[in-house]
Design a protein around this ligand. Structure first.
Ligand code: FUL
Length: 692
């Protein structure tokens, strides 16, 4: 009898302990996000504003000697910026408190190169304060960008500068309330004004800034902050290796705490990394970061911005979208319109989650416990999740719509507080009695959204085909999002033939050559046409079935290049620099730098500027950073008409446009003085001129 009782108790204990074990949450796997990283990740979408003396000099990077007197934004209105960000669905704003030129948007005690000596508000203004106040008023979080590279400061490059930098950081992180993110830009072009020294100063970015002590200071002053840094020691957030608005489809929120971080690690993360360092996609709503009037018709279209949305937030990253501020101190109406239309598109795309009111079943549920069952992935609560027994690393979850349902988006979220686990998955649809794979992916992380052609199905099956440990899925969404036609691309070759194309399959095009907005009544495009002079081409793509039209594509072409020739070059490929095709690049080598490109325009023109498009390929070479530009009537006597740098060209290889006082000339010479790779190569995708 006693033995029986003992045995009963033992059995009861076994059953109890095993059922407890089965209903316990999984242990975290690998590195996990900090509370600050978690709060930041949930923001998903927030803004950058770029505003400084560059705004007044039409530059990308100031040299550090720009005149403070230029800074006088007569209608500066941080409330306008905040209102737009709020209406655009963003959760915060990061302001360029100090860009590379060293000019401070707040009256720093430690320098004279700030708003306190500018005519704006007679030196009484503080743009950082106005931004922080506007953020508070609009319920946005507030962040600061403080450039470590300072081309104005006399001590830059010496140890004293680090004290100056930390003093400024202390001002910014003490006097303006809560700061959600601090941005330490890694750019450093060497040359600068440096208090009048006008020289090149190179630093060792791994040691000079002593980041660990700076991070300590930051965290003491702002315990809830996240730190972004691509210039040195690993922080909380990482750059994704491009400013073009996308991160890898495979995107681990992990890196190693030490060692090199080559491009691939920035872009895809590190599967077995030892630290949680999430990805932030930073990109501008226009090609450049600062305002340039020449880009007023280059604001990104809504289809392009939606592409960015899917390639950032939809790839387990956040999106930091930049607004360049105009010289008057406001966001341009075209930028506002684009951001608000994008917000509407996001809202429409994810308005109805088709998993609502459906049922879900999983191939395995942890301990068969209801608190971990499939329903937890479709309960609109990201704090609950579906998970499996520890031993399971492949599993399926099936959603039953109960009726044929049309959809073209699949969204999944992992409960990342327990680590990022999923390595591969597929999505199948049940169509006409058969399972059919519609899409597949690799990592999920905080959020992954996949796009595919619309399918009508009664059930959807989500198969996790590889996971580091048991999967933990907090949310699944299925949507039928509106589809947008992309803006058509317009190019012109050397013969003057204009071609209109698009990435979409199916639409037709209409165009105008007189600046008018094209409609379906305009000229229909059927094949490349000749427009061999100064001409403005506008085009739309049009879908005959739905009558949907794309945003307007717009290009201004200057004089004909028909008679242009490159002097002293035998390489036949060289003429690709006039072919209007951004996929072809010609590389010119000389024994040493400088490398000269001399072009005969075939006739005399009144030239007032030139344009240079560098190599667009990922592993590009020969990107010119320092240049001189000359004109001549006979290739013997040359006149220097423009010189300087193509700032930020490596991270953002967009068209470089330089204007100068008009000159009548037949020959032009672009002299490459330095490039990003420190060798003797100059690469050109396209070269163009601007005539009066
Ligand atoms: C880059 C900078 O050099 C650009 O000017 C811009 O501020 C961008 C956000 O980061 O690296």
């Amino acid at each position: 009898m006693r033995i029986k009782t003992f045995f009963g108790i033992f059995l009861f204990y076994i059953i109890l302990s095993s059922s407890c074990k089965q209903t316990k949450s999984p242990e975290p796997y690998g590195p996990v996000p900090s509370e600050n990283q978690m709060n930041w990740q949930e923001m998903e979408y927030y803004a950058f504003v770029h505003f400084s003396l560059n705004t007044y000099t039409d530059q990308s990077w100031g040299f550090g000697n720009e005149d403070i007197k230029l800074f006088n934004p007569e209608n500066a209105d941080c409330r306008q910026w905040a209102r737009i960000c709020k209406d655009a669905g963003m959760k915060g704003v990061i302001i360029t408190a100090k860009h590379h030129c060293g000019f401070c948007l707040w009256p720093s005690k430690y320098t004279e190169y700030s708003v306190k000596n500018a005519p704006w508000k007679e030196g009484k203004g503080d743009m950082v304060r106005e931004m922080a106040d506007a953020c508070k008023e609009y319920g946005l979080k507030f962040g600061v960008y403080l450039s470590p590279w300072d081309r104005n400061h006399p001590d830059y490059g010496k140890p004293e500068y680090i004290t100056y930098f930390r003093n400024q950081l202390t001002e910014l992180l003490t006097n303006y309330g809560d700061v959600f993110e601090v941005w330490f830009d890694g750019a450093n072009g060497g040359d600068g004004y440096y208090g009048g020294a006008n020289e090149t100063r190179t630093i060792d970015r791994t040691t000079y800034y002593d980041w660990q002590n700076t991070y300590k200071l930051v965290r003491e002053l702002q315990p809830n902050i996240v730190i972004w840094n691509d210039g040195g020691d690993r922080a909380d957030l990482r750059w994704v290796g491009t400013e073009d608005g996308f991160v890898g489809e495979t995107n681990w929120s992990l890196l190693n705490a030490t060692g090199d971080v080559p491009w691939g690690m920035l872009h895809f993360g590190v599967e077995d990394g030892d630290s949680w360092v999430s990805a932030e996609v930073n990109t501008s709503i226009r090609p450049e970061w600062f305002y340039h009037p020449a880009e007023d018709d280059k604001v990104k279209s809504v289809p392009k911005l939606m592409e960015t949305y899917y390639n950032s937030i939809g790839h387990n990253a956040t999106l930091l979208l930049n607004f360049p501020i105009m010289p008057n101190g406001q966001i341009h109406p075209a930028d506002e319109k684009a951001a608000l239309t994008m917000a509407k598109a996001i809202k429409e795309s994810f308005a109805v989650n088709l998993t609502e009111n459906t049922s879900a079943e999983a191939s395995n549920v942890r301990g068969n416990a209801s608190k971990f069952n499939a329903a937890k992935a479709i309960d609109a609560n990201t704090e609950t999740y579906w998970t499996t027994d520890d031993s399971v690393t492949t599993a399926s979850l099936t959603i039953d719509f109960d009726k044929p349902t049309l959809f073209n988006r699949f969204l999944a979220q992992e409960y990342i507080r327990l680590g990022q686990r999923v390595k591969e998955f597929t999505v199948e649809a049940f169509v006409d009695g058969n399972w059919k794979e519609i899409t597949r992916g690799t990592t999920i992380g905080y959020k992954r959204i996949l796009r595919f052609s619309a399918v009508e199905a009664t059930k959807v099956r989500f198969n996790i085909t590889a996971s580091k440990s048991c999967p933990v899925i907090s949310n699944i969404g299925i949507y039928n999002a509106p589809v947008f036609l992309n803006t058509p691309s317009i190019s012109r070759n050397q013969l003057g033939e204009v071609t209109i194309t698009t990435n979409d399959i199916g639409p037709i095009f209409y165009y105008t050559l007189n600046g008018a907005e094209p409609t379906s009544q305009s000229t229909r495009y059927t094949e490349p046409f000749l427009a061999d002079d100064k001409v403005e081409v506008k085009a739309i793509a049009f879908d005959l079935a739905s009558s949907k039209k794309s945003p307007v594509g717009h290009e201004r072409f200057d004089i004909s290049k028909k008679d242009w020739k490159i002097e002293d070059v035998t390489d036949e490929k060289a003429i690709s620099i006039f072919d209007g095709n951004t996929a072809t690049t010609w590389h010119q080598r000389d024994k040493n730098m400088p490398v000269d490109l001399v072009v005969d325009l075939g006739a005399t023109y009144n030239v007032s500027g030139f344009k240079y498009l560098p190599d667009q390929s990922r592993w590009s070479s020969g990107i010119i950073t320092t240049y001189e530009f000359y004109v001549s009537d006979d290739t013997k006597k040359w006149k220097l008409v423009s010189e300087g740098e193509f700032s930020n060209i490596k991270n953002n290889p967009v068209w470089q446009i330089k204007n100068f006082k008009p000159e009548t000339t037949r020959f032009i010479k672009l002299r490459a003085i330095k490039n990003t790779s420190g060798d003797n190569v100059a690469g050109y995708t396209e070269i163009d001129i601007i005539t009066e």
